[in-house]
Design a protein around this ligand. Structure first.
Ligand SMILES: Nc1nc2c(ncn2[C@@H]2O[C@H](COP(=O)(O)OP(=O)(O)O)[C@@H](O)[C@H]2O)c(=O)[nH]1
Ligand SMILES: [Mg+2]
Length: 454
């Protein structure tokens, strides 16, 4: 079924539950008429002007005292005529207003449908539509900044530059088709190779930056590791500032694993507390340890907790191989019990800090070191960070393959038609990222993850 843009859609745009205000958003050709019938106006409302009024239902009942604002197309979020009605924040009122609008012929909006219309009306490109979602879901200052940047069109602009370069290159290659090869000056060819190389580098950098986008979106995955009873769960609770994990004198109590988020500096961090590393006594524990090894593969940063009153533990090879100076901090826990025993040579070679998870000693220091590690290894220095998501990086990989193909063919003196065809493939990938409106299935998929009313 093709997408219908002629309907007037309506949705409650604020969350369910009691609040000061709830807002109902209406968009489509009936808004002007609705504003007259619902608010008993004799004339059109002035665009972008707030009015205080009673909302009358179809049956003439006064539903609520509201404030409404009319936005005339194309100067609205969706690009269509839009009406925003703010009522008292009782979900019963908001629902009755919505039901009344549906009775008057509106259709309940699908998730992300207002944004989808903004895209279809050409107000924003697809990367900006995605940025709307990223902005709503951002969980740290850095993620907010990146989403804002993207909403203002930073990604679209970069792709626009890429596209101009590509179009120039295609023009050159097409000239190459028309002219006998010997007529082309050598420096022109060098120039073309250099331009292709620049495009390839740019594309690779964007693909590479998708990992930073993942850190922003999901948080840097920080795994708390160590032997049973070392104080891993105590450390999790201490970093969170509340009791999340069960702390017990009995070893082996955390058999599954826990995930919690904290914000440190401008970073979002996903803390994962795991089962202890040691020979398992029971089946459940064995499962927990298998899971820990799986999490080691997934994690970005490791906090290795050891009981400083005991000799240094031996670590399984799967774990040892993952730990480096750039991603691991050894925490000599329980220093409140007395002078720590010396660390093994191996642990000594990694960054290490004394702490007490129960007394919060050394925790501020740990936070500083952790932020340093993330700043150095897990955040992009570029202020114009683009939130490259899976959809983008798939298209960018296709583009990179086309560009590499074009370069190779050019250097091997293959037919210009073949080279031009590769380059058009690259151009097509840019089109996919910015959004081609003919791909309904992709749009359905993309907007279905939005909230209703956005
Ligand atoms: N004295 C002292 N005891 C601690 C410290 N951290 C944890 N413990 C104790 O060590 C035991 C095991 O702690 P827990 O956090 O459950 O360890 P886990 O098995 O590694 O998760 C508990 O009795 C904690 O109270 C610490 O810094 N100092
Ligand atoms: Mg535990």
């Amino acid at each position: 079924m093709t997408y219908q843009q002629t309907d007037t859609i309506a949705a409650v745009a604020t969350p369910q539950g009691e609040s000061a205000i709830a807002m109902i958003r209406v968009s489509g050709p009936d808004c002007r008429g609705l504003s007259k019938s619902v608010f008993r106006r004799t004339n059109d409302p002035r665009p972008r002007h707030s009015y205080h009024s009673t909302y009358y239902s179809v049956s003439g009942e006064a539903l609520d005292e509201v404030v409404y604002c009319f936005f005339e197309e194309p100067k609205s979020f969706s690009g269509d005529d839009t009406l925003e009605v703010s009522c008292h924040g009782n979900p019963l009122i908001a629902t009755r207003v919505l039901e009344d609008l549906i009775e008057r012929g509106c259709r309940q909006a699908d998730p992300g449908e207002f944004t989808r219309r903004a895209f279809l009306n050409g107000r924003i490109d697809l990367t900006q539509a995605e940025a709307v979602m990223e902005l709503i879901q951002a969980r740290s200052d850095k993620a907010l900044q990146a989403a804002n940047n993207q909403l203002r069109g930073a990604f679209g602009r970069q792709l626009g530059e890429l596209k101009n370069d590509l179009v120039d290159s295609i023009a050159f290659i097409e000239a190459y088709i028309d002219f006998p090869e010997e007529d082309l000056p050598e420096e022109k060819k060098d120039e073309h190779v250099a331009r292709l190389q620049r495009l390839i580098d740019f594309c690779s950098r964007l693909i590479d930056s998708s990992k930073y986008a993942a850190f922003l979106r999901d948080g840097v995955k920080t795994l708390i590791l160590g032997e049973p009873n070392a104080g891993k769960s105590s450390l999790l609770n201490c970093l969170l500032g509340f009791e999340r994990a069960i702390v017990s004198e009995e070893p082996g109590t955390t058999r599954d694993f826990l995930r919690e988020r904290i914000i440190l500096g401008s970073h979002s961090i996903q803390l994962m507390d795991t089962a202890g590393l040691r020979e398992p006594e029971s089946g459940i524990e064995k499962e927990g340890i298998r899971k820990t090894i799986e999490l080691v593969e997934e994690a970005d940063v490791f906090l290795l907790v050891i009981d400083s009153s005991l000799p240094s533990p031996d670590l399984p090879d799967e774990i040892r191989n993952k730990l480096t100076n750039e991603n691991c901090i050894v925490l000599q826990n329980k220093i409140d019990l007395g002078d720590p025993l010396p660390l093994s040579d191996y642990l000594q070679s990694l960054p290490n800090l004394p702490i007490s998870a129960t007394n919060s000693t050394g925790i501020e220091n740990l936070k500083t070191v952790l932020v340093d590690i993330i700043d150095t290894s897990f955040s992009c220095q570029d202020d114009d960070l683009i939130l490259v998501n899976t959809r983008h990086s798939e298209a960018l990989k296709g583009m990179l393959a086309c560009l590499n193909g074009a370069l190779e063919k050019f250097q091997n003196d293959e037919a210009a038609e073949l080279i031009a065809s590769d380059m058009r493939g690259a151009l097509d990938a840019i089109g996919q990222i910015l959004g081609r409106i003919d791909n309904e299935e992709m749009l359905d998929h993309l907007f279905s993850s939005f909230c209703i009313g956005k």
